[in-house]
Design a protein around this ligand. Sequence first.
Ligand code: VTB
Length: 322
Amino acid sequence: MQTSLIMQVLGVAESAAIAAAAYNGRGDKHAADQAATEAMRQALNDIDFSGRVVIGEGERDEAPMLFIGEEVGRGGVDIDIAVDPLEGTNLCAYNRPNALATIAIAPKGSLLFAPDTYMLKVAAGPQSVGHVHIDAPPAQNVRAVADALGKPIPEVNVCILLRDRHRELIAAVRETGARIRLIDDGDVFGAIATAVPETGIDLYLGSGGAPEGVLAAAGLKAIGGAFMGRLAFDLDPHGVEKRERAEQTAAIDLDAPLTIDTLVSSDDAAFIACGVTDGEMLSGVSHVGGSTTTHSIIMSSADKTVRFVKTIRRGKTGTIRF
Ligand code: VTB
């Protein structure tokens, strides 16, 4: 993936984050999401590439913008795109940590068209590759990560979405003696954070959105982290219909464990997240003296880097304040 393209896509994530952040703490998640989506779409359409939305805001008939299959860009190299313009709409609406504007890119045909249902997920940093498994009991995954990181289990920090369906999972992790970082929303952050030591998160476990699983897998693939999933239609109130529809088009075994290579089949992936609200990994959008500052993370396999990018945009007055 060319660095120039990655930098342009960084601008896309920044635009979405800035648009969403205008709604930080305003209690209106739909307005925040819409602002992020509009900004992201407009910015994507300014890039000289042929982008195809593989993970987007929904099916064509339910999402006016960035629907699955939508083509974006002014023409050029064929690229698959996964987006969640505002990952954690509630986090933004209530000004809670770690709302992000997220996007992943990979060569055409390499991102899985995942159905919009639930996915069981396990994610961990690069040291744990080959040691965690979606079918392993939680205690086994916790122990594996402790061993891989050379930490005692009580020092392992497991991120889990706070949901009733996770009651048993939480109890099983508590039983091991590990710490738990419960999050209200936003499991792309939870999974990606396992590869970012500053967050203190070592392992992500639990079920969340399958589209979010592809985004997180792209980031972890780009930097050589561990991710494994399994579709969980049984958790979805509309799971039966969604499964029937997925069966007609699926290129995968819907019951099989989804390896990181099934989710993202190219080694040339890039993942970008820009902070909307302040969090452990990224600060949110801030405005000082007419300038706007954003903080982003770029994980790129092409040049094997993780970049933390602070961008300051000059306001109308033309002055930069930092
Ligand atoms: C999941 C998770 C997302 O929303 O989709 C969650 O992957 C929704 O889960 O990161 P529930 O249906 O249990 O509420 C997020 O947390 C935010 O979009």
